[in-house]
Design a protein. Structure first.
Length: 306
């Protein structure tokens, strides 16, 4: 059957975060400030790294891409969320819904892969410091970033194709503030068990496998630190501590959402806010407040501008 014959839904109605107008106005101001902070904070990190000669190591190369992904990932959902908090009827076209789903998974999955790459980078730097510059050269770093983009594209394409072929015959209300796979599966006019299993296998196993790689990397790091001086251990733990914090904040909610059967809970919306908006806000603070090199580079950048 063609899409026209099995799908009579041309748009979806998003129920959003809240139906209370007073709470919605408070949330509007809050998320507007948070989104502006995401843009400003992450742009500042990107500009600082690109203009500083001291921040030319692979760690900062990856960090600049992480900041770009934070901006992109939050932009997929935050502007629509902010706008919808001021309107009564929150609608999104069918094509727009699929596009939002694709872009959200694309940037989100790329960030998961990049965080895994960053853990591998720290593992090599601490476990094999004498060979670090040869192993993590610019060519290798470029290929790792490219592989992250390509892997995320394949993942998000599968998610979008799974969603676009589902039949929707009504109702068309999504109990969420953006389009995602689980809420769409709930509205489909067919048995979605098989597709739900594929979604878990696709999304959940990516999160889980990357988390395992991260865990192994940090076990190797902790074992390697036993041979370092106390000063070297403190510096390495400070750098790795920032990354571990970001990983926990981002991976925890993702695993909760995507490593379970195709069901939806009322708490899903608030948990999604955490990894789509809160974590991108916190990342610049986590990486700057715990990193003297970045803070010094920002001071030099500010003094030059003045």
């Amino acid at each position: 059957l063609s899409m026209e014959n099995k799908n009579n839904v041309t748009e979806f109605i998003l129920l959003g975060l809240t139906q209370d107008k007073t709470i919605a106005k408070v949330c509007f101001l809050l998320f507007l400030v948070l989104y502006a902070t995401i843009i400003f904070g992450n742009l500042l990190i990107i500009i600082t790294i690109k203009t500083s000669e001291q921040l030319d190591s692979p760690m900062y190369f990856f960090l600049s891409y992480l900041s770009f992904l934070d901006i992109s990932y939050s932009t997929v959902t935050a502007p629509k969320l902010i706008y919808d908090l001021l309107v009564d009827k929150k609608t999104i076209p069918f094509v727009g819904c699929i596009a939002q789903l694709f872009m959200g998974h694309f940037f989100g999955c790329t960030e998961i892969f990049l965080l895994t790459v960053m853990a591998y980078d720290r593992c090599i730097a601490i476990h094999k410091p004498l060979h670090y510059t040869n192993i993590m050269n610019k060519h290798v770093c470029g290929w790792l970033v490219t592989a992250s983009w390509v892997g995320a594209f394949v993942h998000s394409l599968v998610q979008a194709l799974l969603a676009i072929q589902l039949p929707f015959c009504g109702p068309n209300e999504i109990d969420h503030y953006f389009c995602d796979v689980h809420p769409l599966l709930k509205l489909a006019c067919t048995n979605t068990y098989v597709i739900g299993v594929i979604v878990v296998a696709n999304s959940g196993l990516i999160s889980l496998s990357c988390f395992v790689v991260l865990a192994v990397s940090y076990i190797v790091i902790l074992v390697s630190l036993r041979t370092h001086s106390s000063k070297g251990r403190l510096r390495a733990l400070s750098t790795c501590g920032s990354h571990v914090t970001v990983v926990i904040l981002f991976f925890g909610p993702c695993i909760f959402i995507y490593m379970r059967p195709s069901t939806t809970f009322s708490a899903d919306k608030m948990i999604s806010v955490f990894y789509t908006i809160i974590t991108p806000v916190l990342n610049p603070l986590i990486y700057t407040l715990r990193n003297e090199e970045v803070k010094n580079a920002m001071k030099k950048l500010w003094s030059r501008k003045m």
